[in-house]
Design a protein around this ligand. Structure first.
Ligand SMILES: [Zn+2]
Length: 138
């Protein structure tokens, strides 16, 4: 055989396919933008025990829309590249129609604001806010 059969030439193209994969598909950035608003954030961090979710849905990263099995896995995730990259991606404010109008020449140019995105507080904090809420309801 003169010509060697080339197999799997697109083997390293995972980054191109990942966008369309649905196996580990999480929320899109615009959905997460909704989630990090304080009232939604609180709800997501104090989820009810759901045995279908990893770790019974008690360890959740709002910014990455991911569940973790325990507290250690969650805090370790906070230190990873994926999480930091996600925080960086969430820093710029979401695109708006107003911004597109400014770009088209209506109004004056305003640079997209940078938000300070911080990793959610460890669980002790959410528990104490939970207690506060209980006190208020009594
Ligand atoms: Zn994360």
């Amino acid at each position: 055989m003169t010509r060697q059969r080339r197999k799997k030439v697109h083997d390293g193209d995972t980054h191109l396919k990942r966008r369309w994969r649905t196996k580990r598909r999480t929320k899109d950035l615009d959905e997460i933008n909704e989630d990090i608003k304080s009232e939604n954030c609180e709800k997501l961090l104090n989820q009810e025990v759901d045995y279908d979710k990893p770790g019974s849905a008690q360890h959740y990263c709002v910014h990455c829309a991911r569940y973790f099995i325990n507290d250690q896995a969650l805090t370790e995730h906070f230190r990873t590249k994926v999480h930091k990259r996600r925080l960086k991606a969430l820093e710029t404010e979401p695109y708006t129609i107003q911004e597109s109008e400014r770009a088209a020449g209506f109004g004056s140019w305003v640079e997209a604001k940078k938000r300070k995105i911080e990793t959610q507080q460890p669980l002790e904090d959410s528990e104490s806010s939970d207690k506060r809420m209980r006190v208020e309801s009594n």
